[in-house]
Design a protein around this ligand. Structure first.
Ligand code: ZN
Length: 104
């Protein structure tokens, strides 16, 4: 068995982005389904609203995870501070200045 290494910020960012865009896609699809329901004069079912809520929760959860967990592996400074959109990581830690491209 390999020793389990702590998850690097790059890997975590990829996972968060996957969930974010997955949730975004889910919400968009459900929105379109809801629109076509209304277009036909039907009421939008509660199930659709719940599914849309789940999509939004997935998006919010992935953002919260990115903001709370994406930290410099050297000094622990948040890499998402200052309103940075979590789609990209800085090349160097904004706090301690260490190279973040070579840490997992
Ligand atoms: Zn740092």
């Amino acid at each position: 068995m390999q020793k389990k290494a702590p998850m690097g910020p790059h890997k975590l960012l990829k996972i968060c982005n996957g969930f974010f865009f997955g949730g975004l896609g889910l919400t968009a699809v459900i929105y379109l389904i809801g629109e076509s329901y209304q277009w036909r004069g039907n009421d939008v079912s509660v199930f659709l609203w719940i599914a849309a809520g789940v999509g939004i929760l997935i998006m919010a959860g992935s953002l919260l995870t990115a903001f709370s967990k994406l930290r410099c592996p050297y000094c622990g400074a948040s890499l998402m501070a200052g309103g940075r959109v979590p789609t990209d990581l800085p090349h160097f830690c904004p706090d301690c200045g260490k190279d973040l491209d070579n840490c997992g």
